[in-house]
Design a protein around this ligand. Structure first.
Ligand SMILES: C[S@@+](CC[C@H](N)C(=O)[O-])C[C@H]1O[C@@H](n2cnc3c(N)ncnc32)[C@H](O)[C@@H]1O
Length: 265
């Protein structure tokens, strides 16, 4: 298994399960119409896929694919009342469909791959002529926090980026997607800013600002195992970040872009 595949394995589904189509994949929500066929790659526990299924309705068809069988089981439970959506355990590098979907999407997935170009080719293959391919991803170095988080968190964040970089993942993929899509032959490329901003006054501030506490708790363990930080450092950053959230944190902006193209030939 390549290192990226090991490192992309997500142990904790709390963050992804709290997402929804309307809040977490806004551009896709605008493109969806009743009756469409949609493929959601790296669908996780199906939190966004459920919203897709509601939008396309029973005349539509939705398939979610993820390489994590536990997530697929959760997704099946979540959507069992909507028989027009099904889920499969599978790999984005080996999509068993050709020319079948009005929309093929991968949200926050290409950023976890060492060969996003190959995955994009598979996405394009699965789309119908005139279909859309839409990816949603971050540019991680462009994150901003006000005020600055503790030094331990700033170090952890840089280490997290190095850990990803070593596995061949593109930390700035949000800003490379348009070029990648053009290069792969998609037309009518549209880039939409989908930055995730959270402020202390927001109702769901605690959920969003705690994303990096979850990363410390889950990905942090993998990083310790891979020798990128010690368990002591991981515990320290967890505690200091938590304190910063309670006492100081005001704003966090994660830089996110939705990039779509049409398959015209
Ligand atoms: C950050 S989560 C995003 C989940 C969901 N799309 C969202 O936006 O909340 C990335 C998902 O991609 C899945 N994944 C990573 N690499 C994959 C691969 N090669 N094939 C299929 N799924 C993959 C992971 O299991 C995880 O569920």
């Amino acid at each position: 298994m390549d290192i990226a595949k090991q490192r992309a394995v997500l142990a904790d589904s709390k963050v992804i399960h709290a997402r929804s189509l309307e809040k977490s994949h806004k551009r896709l929500a605008l493109l969806l119409k009743p009756g469409m066929t949609v493929l959601d790659l790296g669908c996780g526990t199906g939190a966004i896929t459920a919203g897709i299924a509601e939008k396309v309705g029973p005349q539509g068809r939705v398939i979610g694919i993820d390489h994590n069988p536990n997530f697929i089981n959760q997704a099946k439970l979540l959507c069992q009342h909507m028989p027009w959506v099904t889920f499969e355990v599978g790999d984005i590098y080996q999509i068993p469909y050709e020319g079948k979907f009005d929309i093929v999407t991968a949200a926050r997935v290409l950023q976890w791959l060492s060969n996003p170009h190959a995955a994009l080719e598979q996405m394009i293959r699965a789309a119908k002529i005139d279909g859309y391919v839409i990816a949603l991803d971050y540019n991680h170095p462009k994150i901003s926090w006000v005020p600055e988080p503790p030094n331990s968190m700033q170090r952890f964040y840089q280490t997290f980026l190095s850990w990803r970089d070593e596995a061949g993942m593109d930390n700035e993929i949000a800003d490379h997607l348009a070029e990648m899509m053009k290069h792969s032959g998609l037309d009518n490329i549209v880039v939409t800013s989908q930055n995730e901003k959270t402020e202390r006054k927001d109702e769901d501030f605690q959920t969003h600002i705690s994303v990096w506490a979850s990363v410390v708790a889950s990905r942090g363990l993998q990083m310790v195992k891979d020798g990128f930080l010690t368990e002591q450092e991981r515990t320290q950053v967890g505690e200091e970040y938590e304190k910063w959230i309670q006492e100081k944190a005001e704003t966090q902006i994660m830089y996110l872009k939705a990039v779509e193209g049409r398959k015209t030939h």
